[in-house]
Design a protein around this ligand. Structure first.
Ligand SMILES: O=C(CO)COP(=O)(O)O
Length: 146
């Protein structure tokens, strides 16, 4: 399964880095469905000249949770989240929840430009034979609860 949809998220001090990186790779992004939290999405739309980015709510207003829900529903194949390790965020529980859901559903996550470059240059980006392996939660969902 090739990557078809990507979520892009960045904290304020990292937005320039993310937008510059996305612009540099805009040819590779062209065929991909893009999702983003509100402010990140607005900046990306302006810079990439795309009006088809699915801009959700701003992160602190629920956007991180919206992205997490889309990951759980299988709508997002890759998360690029340049989070800021030096700045406390008011919605820290939402950030943690988003990263947890991405780990739970086994999707690749890039947390900075270096990891984003590794992932974007991976042959798995376009390999239709490769399946990242969706986890099987049937033991959990079918468990006995008295
Ligand atoms: O806060 C964010 C991620 O946690 C990003 O939200 P914005 O893109 O709306 O700034």
């Amino acid at each position: 399964m090739a990557v078809q949809s990507v979520a892009l998220v960045a904290h304020d001090n990292k937005k320039k880095d993310l937008v510059d990186w996305a612009y540099k790779n805009s040819d590779q992004f062209a065929p991909l469905r893009l999702y983003a939290t509100g402010t990140t999405g607005r900046l990306l739309s302006e810079r990439l000249g795309r009006d088809d980015i699915h801009c959700l709510l701003s992160g602190p207003l629920g956007g991180d949770q919206q992205i997490g829900a889309k990951i759980a529903e299988g709508e997002i194949d890759l998360l690029v989240f340049f989070w800021d390790p030096l700045e406390p965020q008011p919605h820290d529980p939402d950030i943690k929840a988003l990263l947890r859901i991405a780990a739970l559903w086994n999707i690749p996550v890039a947390c900075n430009r270096a990891s984003a470059e590794f992932i974007l240059s991976s042959r798995y980006m376009t390999d239709t034979e490769h399946t990242p392996g969706k986890p099987d939660f049937s033991d959990y969902t079918g468990r006995k609860v008295s």
